[in-house]
Structures are given as structure tokens and as C-alpha cells.
Design a protein around this ligand. Structure first.
Ligand SMILES: [Zn+2]
Length: 262
């Protein structure tokens, strides 16, 4: 019986699943990633100064709709410790979402064209900040082009290390890291002008789960899909007052997650 018990114990150890939860670095209890899509001026004018004043670093996913003057500003942002990520060149979307951009409808793309755009945007970003490893956020949260999903083609291409997908409030707190696909990292993207309390309630939920929360912003105090400057500042203030929560760029957090899940 004793031997049988030992065998059972051994099997239990061998068969034990990997840890669902993450042991965050430096005793931190959870991780928050602040991401901003579409290279908007309101991000340069409002979000970046707010983050800089608090000493927090975010990730800005740029598309090709940027002028040379913008590029110089984004270069400074990256030199200040923020991450510049890839959001494609022409930001294709499904017809139902942006019907006026008939040359850039995902229905008319295929994965070769999509990957070609991502490669070009990598080069544009290299020209801005000189970095060679990129993360990607999916335009219009749409991984289907020409009727086929390009996630696996992108994974095989080696063009980017990690992918942030769209805003899914229902699954946007990552708490079980055994099942996380680093090419489908969900984000929390509230659409209806969330107030500061709503944003703080979300990061508190992430904190309670000791998980990972990726916020997805567009306009900050301007532009569209806006979070007001005041609400963004409230979130920044809360994060500054809670140093137990790790706030870092997407690539840095995902490098840590990848190194500690396998
Ligand atoms: Zn976008």
C-alpha cells in the first residue's frame, strides 16, 4: 500500500498542471498595460504628458496615418520609455464598420497583403525609433481578411512578438495564464466615454484577480472613441497611488508572462 501511495503521489506531481496564476515581478500583485491605438494627436497632447508626470509607461499602436512632424513627436515619446507598436499601415476594417474606405476593406484583403502591410509598418516604426522587435494591435479588432483568419500566418511570419486583440469586457481580465495565447491577448476597450470610476473599477477587478489587464484607448481628451482627459487622469492617479500594481508597456509585460508560463 505504501508503494501505491508513493506512486499516486508521484503521478500527482507529474500530472500537476502548470500554475494558472502569475507570480509578478518585484512582489507586484497584478499587471496593467495601457495601450492607445491610431496615433492620435490627443494622445500626444494629453495622454503622454499625464503618463510622464506620473512616471508611467504605455504602448502606442501607430498606423501609417502620421506626418513627418508627428514622427518626430512619437520618437520623443519612445525615447521617454514608452513603446511604439504596429497597427498596420492602412488600418483595414470590415465594410460594416467603416464603409467609406472602399480601398481598405478587410473583405478585399488576403493574408499576404495584410502581412505585407504589417512588414512595411515595422519599417516605418524602425525609421522612427530604431527598434526591431514589435507588438501588434489588430485594426478594427478584425483578424479575418478575405474570409480567412490570419492569426497563424502572422505567428509563422515572425513579424511581431505579441498581438493585442479587441475589447472584450467579458474576458478582458487574464487570470489563467495556462490558456493565454500571446497572439490573442484580449483587451478592455470601453466604448461609451467611460468615467474615471469605471476605469478604476476595472483595474481593481484585475488587482483582485492578481491577473493581467490590458486597457485599449483611442482619443484621450479629444478625437473619437474618447475617454475624457479627467477620466484618464483619475486612472493615472489611481495607478500612481497603487504601486503594488505593475504598469509597463505591452512587450515588457508579455516578455515576462512568456518567460514564466512555460
Ligand atoms: Zn485602430
Amino acid at each position: 500500500m505504501k508503494h501505491l501511495a508513493s506512486l499516486a503521489m508521484l503521478l500527482a506531481v507529474i500530472g500537476a498542471p502548470a500554475h494558472a496564476q502569475m507570480a509578478w515581478p518585484k512582489g507586484k500583485s497584478a499587471a496593467i498595460v495601457l495601450t492607445y491605438d491610431d496615433a492620435l494627436h490627443s494622445q500626444l497632447d494629453i495622454a503622454v504628458p499625464q503618463l510622464d508626470a506620473a512616471g508611467l509607461k504605455g504602448t502606442f499602436f501607430l498606423d501609417g496615418d502620421i506626418t513627418p512632424a508627428d514622427m518626430l513627436r512619437w520618437r520623443k515619446v519612445q525615447r521617454n520609455g514608452h513603446e511604439l507598436g504596429n497597427h498596420s499601415v492602412f488600418h483595414p476594417c470590415p465594410r460594416a464598420m467603416l464603409p467609406d474606405r472602399k480601398n481598405y476593406l478587410t473583405e478585399n484583403y488576403d493574408s499576404d497583403r495584410m502581412l505585407g502591410e504589417i512588414a512595411v509598418m515595422n519599417n516605418v516604426l524602425f525609421g522612427i525609433d530604431g527598434a526591431t522587435l514589435r507588438t501588434y494591435s489588430v485594426p478594427c479588432s478584425q483578424m479575418r481578411v478575405g474570409g480567412a483568419d490570419y492569426t497563424e500566418a502572422l505567428r509563422r511570419s515572425g513579424l511581431v512578438k505579441y498581438v493585442r486583440t479587441g475589447g472584450y469586457a467579458y474576458k478582458s481580465v487574464v487570470a489563467d495564464f495556462r490558456t493565454l495565447d500571446v497572439f490573442q491577448v484580449p483587451s478592455y476597450g470601453p466604448v461609451d466615454k467611460p468615467d474615471g470610476a469605471t476605469l478604476i473599477a476595472y483595474v481593481e477587478r484585475v488587482g483582485k484577480a492578481q491577473g493581467l489587464g490590458v486597457l485599449q484607448f483611442h482619443g484621450t481628451g479629444g478625437d473619437y472613441l474618447e475617454v475624457t482627459a479627467g477620466a484618464h487622469q483619475q486612472l493615472v492617479d489611481w495607478l500612481r497611488q497603487h504601486p503594488e500594481v505593475w504598469v509597463a508597456p505591452f512587450q515588457e509585460v508579455m516578455d515576462y508572462v512568456s518567460a514564466h508560463t512555460r
